[in-house]
Write a protein that binds this ligand. Sequence first.
Ligand code: HEC
Length: 108
Amino acid sequence: MALGLPNTGAASLANAGVNSFYTARVAPIFEVRCVTCHGASKHKASLRLDNYRAVMRGGKNGPVVRAGNVQGSDLVRRITLPPGHDDFMPKEGNRPLSPEQVRLSSCG
Ligand code: HEC
């Protein structure tokens, strides 16, 4: 093929789009704000947020992001709770995400 792209179907191309949005816009936020507790060394609730596949795999309670309904996902619920709430993320008095970071994390 002209651009050297593998001959992928429409579904996997759509996936690649989400994945690169994640890599470009969401991963840097999670890297700074979440990966200290959800990364390679610590993975609280068996959840890692340091790569797209891990985010989509979810944690000990199952998926935290629902494909096609990111707004209704546990991850978005937690970052949009009032900061004092038990389930709020990032946990332990860490600074809440900015509205722009919440907006980007809720895309896709
Ligand atoms: C200071 C450590 C810490 C930070 C930082 C942190 N988390 Fe967590 N997270 C935890 C702990 C501990 C749990 C398990 C307890 C609970 O469910 O509240 C958890 C659980 C979760 C769960 C539920 C997983 C499951 O399967 O039950 C999600 C979703 C989550 N975190 C998302 C995030 C996101 C998104 C960020 C960054 C914005 C973040 N966390 C930052 C400590 C942290």
